[in-house]
Design a protein around this ligand. Sequence first.
Ligand SMILES: Cc1cc2nc3c(=O)[nH]c(=O)nc-3n(C[C@H](O)[C@H](O)[C@H](O)COP(=O)(O)OP(=O)(O)OC[C@H]3O[C@@H](n4cnc5c(N)ncnc54)[C@H](O)[C@@H]3O)c2cc1C
Length: 414
Amino acid sequence: MHHYSFLSLLSGALSRHRRWSPAWRSPKPRKAYDVVIVGAGGHGLATAYYLAKKHGVRNVAVLDKGWLGGGNTGRNTQVTRSNYFWPESAAFYEHSLKLYEGLSHELNFNVMLSQRGILTLAHSHHELENLRRWANAIQVNGIDSELMTREEIKKLEPLINLEARFPVHGGFIQRRGGISRHDAVAWGYARGANALGVDIIQQCEVTGFRQQGERVVGVDTAHGTISAGSVVLSVAGHSTVLAGKLGLRLPVNSMALQAMVSEPIKPCLNTVVVSPTVHVYVSQSDRGELVFGGAADVYTSYAQRGGLPALHQNVAALLELLPAFRQLRMMRQWAGIVDITPDTTPLMGPTPIEGLYINCGWGTGGYKAIPAGGDTMAHTVATGKAHPLIAKFGLDRFVSGALIDEGAAAGVAH
Ligand SMILES: Cc1cc2nc3c(=O)[nH]c(=O)nc-3n(C[C@H](O)[C@H](O)[C@H](O)COP(=O)(O)OP(=O)(O)OC[C@H]3O[C@@H](n4cnc5c(N)ncnc54)[C@H](O)[C@@H]3O)c2cc1C
């Protein structure tokens, strides 16, 4: 694998960029692998990378029906943070943020992490009290979080209309939160996994499973049957469809989540701004575009009527909070199919079907979880036992009732 450095860039430039080797191979699938991962999104690729890197399990294939990073990993708004309420979530997402902080170095690939801070606004006295409780819980979990007054918010983000229909009463900020580049995260993990011997096979849809008794022993694909010691499902909004083929019912709802970008403008937003009440979040990309979104389609008041009204609602919310953007034109809008559990906590770990592992339920917030998701799933598959950080994220919590309700910490999008 080409090591990327200043010198390699210089030599690439001098040779008119004709000598770069491809970042990953495009192999034909073998007949059998120790581990087959279905889904080359961030989670599938990171799982493959850590399996090979930390556990020496290199006979691994990652199969995707489309192209790698073409699912929600390549469609999200890149928000990266760890300000969750419950200790289990806080520990997991903080592990992820710490891995993000070293990821460019780890992968020798610039993931463009920008820790510009994530600012959550309160629009009533009651909401501010809730944010105070949330911020305190985060601090107790050992994670950075600060309350902010109206005056401090105005200084940090002068464009916010504090006197909006629901006036801003204050807020809180996680300064280590921010954004990073989603494609780079997928490409970095793919390149790293490939270099360690993992086969990444694109345009290879999994259409069914092979079972022997209670055990899954392979997958049927567009390129034929592939035997597998273990199978990991990492297919986000397609999880219920694939698990259903094995007779496994998942407590997951799949629905569309939209995002959109404006035309580019000069730098004017310093943080990622989130307003759960007005129902919008927005950041400015390195190209100057405003990247914003809101609730999943089903949660907008126009739910019955689907996509376009939801988009309208997101734009209206943005302009309520930041009226200076009224003159901007929108450039693009898109959606991904997100996988939401009733308590908005992911579903990870072994399943009742032997040899089958699941990694889904990320809903609107699984991008920030990619490094920790991959790390903990790799441990789980390699050892056969759930990693301690995800021990409480298993399917059995829907039997025991030990739910981890992170609906509020999901920000606006659930
Ligand atoms: C608009 C939008 C904004 C978002 N914003 C944020 C954000 O700001 N911060 C955040 O943390 N999260 C955000 N998310 C959520 C985040 O993007 C996802 O939770 C995360 O990317 C999930 O990663 P994944 O690897 O599990 O799934 P994906 O990236 O969706 O990968 C799953 C892969 O499985 C493949 N697949 C499906 N079925 C099959 C099959 N039968 N055979 C083979 N392959 C198959 C798909 O092609 C896909 O490539 C957002 C999501 C959306 C849609």
